[in-house]
Design a protein around this ligand. Structure first.
Ligand code: SF4
Length: 447
């Protein structure tokens, strides 16, 4: 039974140490009671209290990984309805559906496309996270062969066995059990048989029913059969159904503490028309889907979905930032130019990209300004002459370059005089105001 905030408070250390991010233990207890934080956020809670808190300390939406190894995808564990309330934790996994009745060549080609889908965007590796292998052949031996083939071509990618036939599912799971595939799915008719397979191989099981009432009854039944890691499919297919049902699920779990729906959501949005499919997949990502299954992965489509997902799952309270250090762009010599900027990710990637475009190997001294861009950091007093001078002195760059010339962003040209005073013996050069002028600026210096 769920505990009240006050009951939970009694079990906390009551030191108000703030390590959990809340000002008091009582504030933390209230959030824990609402399923909006995890007990693990308090490092000082006793083992005895952990046991007593039991269910109350479990996340409202069950959290576990899809797949195994480095590319396993963590799902669930979300604590808020709206991103601006706190943040969303585990980005929706995007999965490609592949039918097993394609030729071996086509199966291999599609699996490779997924394995090679990764792109680097603002320092994050984004990729198609999973492959759903659909049992379309109605031939158990053929399905098993196709599953093995795809598994071999995409050895790190999470797999979903999209197969409603327990006999075929059982054979396929046996072949790749160590990959911890998601078994999709148990229906009212197949619940017992599918639960046996999931329990035996310790793999997650998707539960499928039409509507939330039938779905919650089925998750309760399967939980009693001993399977805890569930993914839910409410049968939503249209955009309207996806928004309505996914929102009802999230609300009922977080606001009413309704446990039978407290699981990651999967939405199949398969459409023949790629633009329509992309639009519906976007809605599912925006509205709480943990796994979105699509039918094709054209590059433009991936980019649209990855960008949306990256935006939604970026913590709005923490600017994206890179590490403070002196970066080598290309293979700079000790005579190569030395530029400086702030550690806002976007600033770093734009500036370093333009230096690369210039083909002039350079040093880029990136200063920790708490993830603020150049002008904002300057206005906030974090990118000042004294702080830049101190950073340059402590960065060790004087041991890497032979010259003493520092190129500063044109937007803070005003700092050049003060910086020359603070950095004795250094020449301060004002660089371009906009990053896109960096290539001509650097090339002009070497001409
Ligand atoms: Fe209380 Fe634990 Fe939070 Fe400290 S970390 S304020 S002890 S709940």
């Amino acid at each position: 039974m769920a505990l009240s905030g006050v009951a939970i408070f009694k079990l906390l250390p009551k030191t108000n140490c703030k390590k959990c991010g809340f000002p008091t233990c009582l504030a933390f207890a209230m959030k824990l009671a609402q399923g909006q934080v995890e007990l693990s956020a308090c490092p000082d809670v006793s083992e005895e209290s952990k046991k007593v808190l039991g269910e109350a300390s479990a996340p409202a939406i069950r959290s576990f990984a899809l797949g195994s190894g480095d590319k396993a995808v963590k799902m669930g564990g979300e604590t808020v309805l709206f991103r601006h309330d706190k943040k969303f934790f585990n980005p929706s996994a995007v999965a490609l559906n592949i039918k097993d009745n394609l030729s071996d060549d086509e199966l291999g080609k599609k699996a490779l496309e997924v394995a090679e889908s990764e792109i680097d965007k603002i320092g994050q590796k984004l990729r198609i996270d999973a492959i759903s292998i659909e049992y379309a052949s109605n031939d158990i031996a053929h399905y098993e062969t196709a599953v093995k083939l795809i598994s071999g071509k995409a050895p790190d990618t999470a797999l979903i066995l999209n197969c409603k036939d327990p006999s075929a599912a059982g054979a396929a799971v046996k072949a790749i059990a160590e990959r911890k595939p998601l078994l999709y799915c148990a229906t009212d008719d197949s619940a017992d048989a599918m639960a046996v397979i999931a329990r035996e191989h310790k793999i997650p099981l998707a539960v499928c029913a039409d509507g939330l009432e039938a779905l919650s009854a089925l998750t309760e039944k399967i939980k009693e059969l001993g399977v805890e890691d569930l993914v839910i499919d409410s049968g939503a297919k249209t955009a309207k159904e996806i928004i309505e049902r996914n929102t009802q699920i999230r609300r009922s779990v977080l606001k009413k503490n309704f446990k039978p729906l407290g699981y990651p959501i999967i939405n199949f949005v398969l459409r023949d028309e790629p633009i329509l499919e992309t639009a519906i997949a976007s809605l599912a990502i925006a509205k709480y889907a943990s796994i979105v299954v699509i039918s094709s992965i054209e590059k433009w489509k991936n980019l649209a979905l990855f960008t949306l997902r990256q935006n939604i799952y970026t913590d709005p309270q923490v600017p994206m930032q890179v590490e403070q250090k002196v970066y080598k762009i290309g293979e700079p010599t000790a005579e190569a130019p030395l530029l400086t900027t702030t550690n806002f990710s976007l600033t770093y990637f734009i500036v370093s990209g333009e230096i690369e475009n210039s083909k002039v190997p350079s040093w880029l001294a990136v200063m920790d300004c708490e993830g603020l861009s150049v002008l904002t950091a300057w206005a906030a007093g974090k990118f000042t002459a004294s702080k830049i001078a101190q950073f340059i002195k402590e960065s060790g760059v004087e041991g890497q370059v032979k010259h003493k010339e520092l190129i500063i962003p044109g937007q803070v040209a005003i700092l050049s005089g003060a910086l020359e005073e603070k950095l004795e013996g250094w020449k301060i050069t004002v660089g371009p105001r906009e990053a896109n002028a960096i290539p001509s600026f650097l090339k002009g210096r070497t001409a």
